[in-house]
Write a protein that binds this ligand. Structure first.
Ligand SMILES: CC(C)=CCC/C(C)=C/CC/C(C)=C/COP(=O)(O)OP(=O)(O)O
Ligand SMILES: [Zn+2]
Length: 452
């Protein structure tokens, strides 16, 4: 990768970007007639739709034949985001069904007896963690899963989706994500994975599925989250990535997945999640831009009227910093020789530390798109004119949660009412942005797998 040492041009670029967002804030301000618009989240309807869907599927979850663990994840995660859970019988059905998808040699297939696949493995693990409890968490055969992950490891450093399958950034993320959350991530799995992901960052700044392809929000999320989990995020060109993602929010207020394409509700998470991760990487971003760490590019304007949000947290961003895990000296494109201290921290410090940066996207505008354009009477969709589905319900709700918590400065602090579009009762559960698992469930799994 070309030498990206900080130049004035980059600083200028950043300032232009901020300026664009000032203008964007104005454009997206609600017009006077919008006072009467109903921004309420139809929580009860969504829960009813989701639980009904799960019940209708029966204990075999028999639709989308090769994607049944995904269906479990989309529905169970959505219900958890909405602050609810399913009854014991349904929970049990889910655990036992996923048990039947678990391959004797590790990993989960799309249905019972199907070949294990990294995507359905990720969906199954995230579902079981979201269900939580001893039966669910102990149903995962971590030893065999580790063997499966190692078998999927490719000589390039990346991973294959399944035996004989394609190598891409999705595979890197799903492998690293499940290994991280189950506390089985080690140097053998990590080896050269960063090289592969770095080779997928494009001239636009986003990350593509494979080297030479087009940058896309889905893959950018996967690549960035994986690089944080393996402590190598400083090898990505983060100013370029930031620049790319901020310009993916369209005039419709939703996000697009790639340049010149239409906005779509599901990118509220894929791109919104990227933004949420970058907000926790302030030290690395400022180092890469050649700005002093005391640079105050997250300060609020006076009109925000929040003096507690001055830069007084600078020192606390040290040892316990979320960015600390990833903040070795910058070696873009190069492998880090230093030991990976904290690699088995698995995203815990990342989420616990203070958040160093204000949102880099227009969170209120995205919430408007979600509540007015993506929300149906029950369930969520890509855009008006499209039909609701469980995938969009899951990722639109995940994106809404990201928006609502995008202005908090500390994990566990509740958002201010002014940062939640519509009534405060719209507030969802927070998610861990590296895994897209509801935070409480992540903590439960973190403790469970730290012990076992
Ligand atoms: C964890 C995991 C498995 C992540 C998957 C990430 C993800 C959503 C990747 C997107 C793949 C892709 C190129 C979609 C383009 O679809 P399109 O051409 O229909 O849409 P577009 O016009 O919006 O680009
Ligand atoms: Zn979509």
């Amino acid at each position: 990768m070309e030498n990206m040492s900080a130049t004035k041009t980059q600083e200028e670029q950043w300032m232009v970007q901020n300026q664009v967002f000032r203008i964007y804030d104005l454009v997206c301000q609600l017009p006077p007639h919008a006072q009467s618009v109903n921004f309420e989240l139809r929580r009860d309807n969504h829960i009813e739709y989701l639980i009904k869907s799960l019940k209708q599927l029966g204990p075999n979850f028999a639709v989308l034949d090769a994607n049944r663990p995904w269906l479990c994840y989309w529905i169970i995660h959505s219900i958890a985001l909405l602050g609810d859970c399913v009854d014991d019988k349904l929970e049990n059905d889910v655990i036992e069904f996923l048990q039947r998808c678990q391959d004797p040699n590790g990993g989960y297939g799309g249905g019972p007896g199907q070949m294990p696949h990294l995507a359905t493995t990720y969906a199954a693990i995230n579902t079981l963690i979201t269900v939580g409890g001893h039966k669910s968490l102990s149903s995962i055969n971590r030893e065999k899963l580790y063997d499966f992950l190692l078998r999927m490891k490719d000589t390039s450093g990346g991973f294959r989706m399944h035996d004989g399958g394609e190598v891409d950034v999705r595979a890197c993320y799903t492998a690293i994500s499940v290994a991280g959350v189950l506390n089985i991530l080690d140097d053998r799995l990590i080896q050269n994975a960063g090289d592969y992901i770095v080779s997928c960052q494009t001239y636009e700044g986003g990350i593509a599925g494979e080297p030479g392809s087009e940058a896309h929000g889905g893959y950018t999320f996967c690549g960035l989250a994986a690089m944080v989990l393996i402590n190598e995020v400083n090898r990505l060109d983060l100013p370029a990535l930031t620049n790319w993602v901020v310009f993916r929010q369209g005039v419709e207020c939703g996000f697009q997945g790639r340049t010149n394409k239409l906005v779509d509700g599901c990118y509220s998470f894929w791109q919104g999640g990227v933004a949420a991760i970058i907000q926790r990487l302030r030290l690395v971003v400022s180092e890469q831009m050649g700005l002093p760490n005391t640079s105050n590019f997250d300060s609020r304007t006076e009109s925000d009227n929040d003096s507690s949000d001055s830069d007084g947290d600078q020192s606390s961003e040290g040892a316990s910093s979320p960015a600390n895990d990833s903040c070795q000296p910058i070696q873009k494109g190069k492998s880090n020789d230093s030991p990976r201290i904290g690699v088995n921290n698995n995203g815990y410090n990342f989420i616990r530390g203070p958040i160093g940066m204000r949102p880099i996207f227009n969170s209120m505008a995205l919430q408007q798109y979600i509540l007015l354009c993506s929300q149906e009477e029950a369930g969520f969709r890509d855009k008006p004119g499209k039909r609701r589905d469980h995938y969009h319900t899951c990722y639109v709700l995940s994106g809404l949660s990201i928006c609502q918590y995008s202005n908090i400065k500390e994990a566990d602090s509740p958002p201010l009412p002014r940062d939640v579009m519509g009534p405060y009762s719209n507030l969802l559960e927070p998610v861990h942005p590296l895994y897209n698992i509801v935070l409480d469930k992540f903590y439960e799994a973190y403790e469970f797998f730290a012990r076992s």
